[in-house]
Design a protein around this ligand. Structure first.
Ligand SMILES: [Fe+2]
Length: 181
């Protein structure tokens, strides 16, 4: 479901680039949810230098910005795996869930979600959790249902490299092979 890698990063936060895509709602106070921003080629180079086992041709590098305390259980849209290089974690806990019932959980979709959906927490039970620290790097199987609960009102930021092609298992195999683990 997820792995914490034995490597760290020190890539600084750069000013937000244009929005690549975002998932959330518009409120009187502006957008609330997860936004993915384009990043400079210099930062992209630093990310792929840090994670050389992730082939550039198969992964998209972005900045993830979460400005909402709670992100409900969901699977990610259009991607199978996300490698997260945390910057400000907002003391957040990420929880993975599974369906309590054998039938599909009730869900809703935001207007721009395709194969991603939001699930009803009452239909689910937690199976694993982690709390990342700034500088840490995690690999997440984002086809599994997961939610995020921030512990502070800070904006949560991470550089992410995501793939619609590589699965979580393929990504971890590639990482282990590179370091001969
Ligand atoms: Fe997600």
């Amino acid at each position: 479901m997820f792995s914490k890698l034995d490597i760290q990063h020190q890539i600084p936060l750069e000013p937000y680039g244009d929005i690549y895509t975002q998932f959330g709602i518009n409120t009187p106070n502006g957008f609330s949810g997860i936004a993915y921003h384009h990043i400079s080629s210099d930062i992209q180079d630093q990310i792929f230098n840090t994670c050389p086992w992730a082939p550039r041709s198969a992964f998209n590098a972005l900045l993830m910005v979460i400005n909402r305390m709670h992100i409900p259980p969901h699977n990610d849209d259009g991607i199978k795996v996300s490698i997260n290089l945390y910057i400000d974690t907002a003391d957040a806990v990420t929880t993975f869930h599974r369906n309590k019932k054998s039938t599909a959980a009730g869900y809703m979709k935001l207007p721009n979600q395709t194969n991603g959906s939001i699930y009803n927490a009452e239909d689910l039970e937690p199976v694993a959790q982690f709390k990342a620290q700034s500088g840490e790097i995690y690999v997440l199987d984002v086809t599994s249902l997961h939610s995020v609960d921030c512990g502070t009102s800070n904006i949560r930021t991470a550089y992410v490299i995501q793939s619609p092609f590589f699965s979580y298992d393929q990504t971890m195999e590639s990482y282990k092979k590179y370091y001969d683990l």
